[in-house]
Write a protein that binds this ligand. Structure first.
Ligand SMILES: NC(=O)c1ccc[n+]([C@@H]2O[C@H](COP(=O)([O-])OP(=O)(O)OC[C@H]3O[C@@H](n4cnc5c(N)ncnc54)[C@H](O)[C@@H]3O)[C@@H](O)[C@H]2O)c1
Length: 260
């Protein structure tokens, strides 16, 4: 987590119950840390149990509300729904859901089998719908709630070997529009965030090369490298009452890569 003292504090996030999927590393870990820094009561799920426990300890050391972590594979929808119910029983009804878990593993098109395709949809798309469906009744009853779906600008650019990921990410935009209309009458907002290339540990380790970095800098209007905090601060705003009249939209944080 970077120095946040120069950024906004949202009173409406204090004590809010927030659920983040895929929160043990990368962007999700930054969301967990930043919501906790706002005084929110954060729960997160991830398959990476060790990293999840380490993050809980790290946040608790900063004297912020201790996050609740549950090891859970969001591809197992029954298990995930059970965990969401347990979290609500422990912390109270979820007010903010950040559908963040995902995987951008590459695959040559000719080698994709139906089982693999299905698994890619499960890790990148299906859980977003079912988590929203699980938290929505309490949000609707409360007359408020914010659901934030992580999309990607990759659904709008032409990348190789990412067909299933890009298909799922494009689907998330349709999911967002549909659910915003479904839940809007009860005051529940649904938005999606489209990050550009964000410098998470996984991205730096797997894909960063001098050539890729030069391409990135040339593609962006703002040539600096984007950090997880850049996305987290938009997510905080979308979660807070400050964005109370915004729903059904896609919000791009890419340094000016997409211009459509
Ligand atoms: N980093 C980027 O440049 C970038 C760009 C565009 C979109 N995104 C999106 O932002 C989100 C987070 O990306 P990231 O870069 O932090 O990814 P990451 O790979 O660094 O972290 C993803 C987290 O999700 C967890 N996860 C993966 N599969 C899971 C499963 N089946 N069940 C539970 N947890 C699981 C991982 O363990 C990990 O902690 C994703 O939806 C991704 O598509 C990221």
């Amino acid at each position: 987590m970077t120095d946040e003292t120069r950024y906004a504090i949202y009173p409406s996030l204090r004590d809010a119950v927030v659920l983040v999927s895929g929160g043990a590393s990368g962007l999700g870990a930054e969301f967990v840390a930043q919501f906790a820094a706002q005084g929110a009561r954060v729960a997160f799920v991830d398959v990476a149990a060790e990293a999840g426990e380490a993050l809980v300890a790290e946040v608790a050391e900063r004297d912020q509300p201790r996050p609740v972590f549950r090891a859970c594979d969001v591809r197992d929808l029954d298990a995930y729904r059970r965990v969401i119910a347990e979290i609500a029983a422990e912390l109270g009804d979820v007010q903010v859901l950040v559908n963040n878990a995902g995987s951008d593993t590459r695959h040559p098109v000719a080698e994709v089998e139906p089982r693999y395709w299905d698994e890619r949809m499960r890790v990148n798309l299906d859980h977003q719908f079912f988590a929203a469906q699980a938290v929505a009744p309490a949000m609707r009853a409360a007359g408020r709630g914010s659901i934030i779906n992580m999309g990607s600008i990759s659904a709008h650019v032409d990348l190789l070997d990412l067909t299933a990921y890009m298909t799922a990410k494009a689907g998330i935009e349709g999911l967002t529009r549909s659910l915003s209309r479904e839940y809007g009458p009860d005051g529940v907002r649904v938005n999606c965030v489209l990050p550009g290339w964000i410098m998470t540990p996984r991205q730096l380790e797997n894909w960063m090369t001098p050539e890729a970095d030069a391409h990135r800098a040339a593609a962006q209007a703002l040539p600096h490298r984007l950090e997880p905090g850049d996305v987290a601060r938009l997510v905080l705003w979308l979660a807070a009452d400050d964005s109370r009249s915004c729903t059904g939209q896609r919000w791009v944080v890419d340094g000016g890569w997409l211009h459509s």
